[in-house]
Design a protein around this ligand. Sequence first.
Ligand code: SAM
Length: 269
Amino acid sequence: MTWQQFKITTLSKMQETESLTSTSEYRLPPAEERADYIRRNFDAIARNYDRFNDVVTFGFHRLWKRSAIRLTALPGNSGRQVLDLCCGSGDLTLLFADRLAADSKVTALDFSPGMLQILQHRLNKKKYTCAVELREGDAAHLTDCPNDFYDAVTIGFGLRNVQDRAGCLRECLRVLKPGRRLVILDVGRVNWTIPRVVHEFYFNHIVPRIGEWLHGERNEMYAYLPASARIYPGQQELARELETAGFTDVRYTNRFLGASVLHVAQKPV
Ligand SMILES: C[S@@+](CC[C@H](N)C(=O)[O-])C[C@H]1O[C@@H](n2cnc3c(N)ncnc32)[C@H](O)[C@@H]1O
């Protein structure tokens, strides 16, 4: 067998397995039930979430999150207001809090009380100089957030879960100060054939097993993760959605050949 034949046979076998399991083992709940399902299940896995992230990304999510903070390009750390949407256990919130001065504030918003509890627990362990407010709420309806108020908005591995993505992006635009940035960190599409198939196999088959192993029992949320990635837009499509929402200077930067991606978008001045 030639290398080319070996490559085609192996890839098609892996793709076959992938499409079989993704349709027969797990189905996303209907769109109208999804928000409730996601909230309930994030509550259920909250205590294992950080360990899970460390294991499945080999710790790299920490570097990507540092890049996300850098890409907000905050003009100084004094007198700043930042908003971390879908904050979860608060990695981005705490990175902001580490950098901001006493007259600044981080608002961390999530709709899962379980995840917010973990963040509160992490906040209790260390003294931060700036104010940190935890808010339970929906990232697509920022009702308590004023217009033109925040110096930066971040969403880490969260936008993929928000049902009304267009609504969420419009809200981000509304609450940002003109000229300031939204930074989105999430999964992306790997474009190179062999790395893509390897990544899909890892993401669809290995990651859910690791999740269940760490959790100690079966939990649908670990199968939800790859399923949600399949319906999330690719890098260019999301860039177009950001432009449609009204952002300018939209760009993205891939990590791990696009397995992870950081989008940066600016509110027009
Ligand atoms: C995968 S976690 C990401 C947590 C954290 N930002 C990080 O990067 O590690 C996704 C979080 O988004 C939250 N979430 C999903 N949809 C949401 C929504 N519509 N409004 C607010 N929070 C939401 C979930 O509760 C969960 O805590």
